[in-house]
Design a protein around this ligand. Sequence first.
Ligand code: G6P
Length: 369
Amino acid sequence: VQAEKGGYDSFMQKEIYEQPQAVRDTMGARIDQENKRVVLPELKMSDEELAAYDRIYIVACGTSMHAGLVGKEVIEKWTRVPVEVAVASEFRYRDPIYTDKTLMIVISQSGETADTLAALREAKKSGVKVLAITNVVGSSVAREADDVIFTWAGPEVAVASTKAYTSQVVALYLFALYFAQVKGTMAAAEIANVVEHLQQIPAKISTILDNAEPIRRFAESIKDATSLFFIGRGLDYAVSLEGSLKLKEISYIHSEAYAAGELKHGTLALIEDNVPVVALATQPDIYEKMVSNIVEVKARGARVLGFAVEGDRELAKTVDDVIHMPATLPMLTPILTVIPLQLLAYYASVARGLDVDKPRNLAKSVTVE
Ligand code: G6P
């Protein structure tokens, strides 16, 4: 087993460091280098059929559902098609509103999650086409879906998902861009710009991974905390949910992710002296609003670690510590911001002397309901 970890202390650490490659492989041949467009030759449905969809459900569990939340934002932004994200255990017992122009996307690393599979089967029974995003060739989800986009993350062993998430997010960007191409909702130059920025993502992930020390120090400082809050708005909120899940899964520290604007409707009551807060402020449109929320938690005594984009000199004035992300398009930040959050969970688990790869009570793949 030690050899399989390839010199890393745990599978999770290895998988975190494999992300530049996982992301590169998932983009791979799906980017037409010459024309700076996306190609998805694996799709069986025709471009006409795809272009006709005017409503999407994304259904998944756990971390895969969190990737779906990022997918929703980008698909809506780039195609103006409404997307609803649902957890599979809820969705399978609902009475969803399908039309003949509804597409369902299921996301599953393993392709074997019982609730996700059940939701897929229910949709197919209702005559809805299902596109799967999965990491396992030959899995039940891959076999039963009408169409599949594989993530090429390679085997993921640690219970807490890392490289599968970033690969799913990449697959969703590619799908959203392709969908925009066939619908004609984005100009070619705009698509080319996103594609170029996507291609720079693996190198930027490497930069973050090479500068993990401040995150390790912060993780040490929160190892005895009883509670931690993640706050953000928009895409930063979607990533906060994933950061919070990672932390609770493997460090057992209670944490909550909150849409920052919603804090004053309840959670602010829990902020007191020295409560750690991780505040994500990477989205330019809502940056000022986010800073106001940080000021609110600071005023109640919170100790705040802020996430800002490279070049931001403002946030440092408001927070206790700041981590700078390499700059990219605002829509692409989730794939970078999640990396230090994964590292935070990892180092917190290590600092507490826990089994990083096999957290108590949890399984890698939940194949029973
Ligand atoms: C379990 C795993 C998670 C994973 C979730 C969904 O809870 O511990 O890491 O996100 O299942 O799994 P899937 O294979 O469907 O993505």
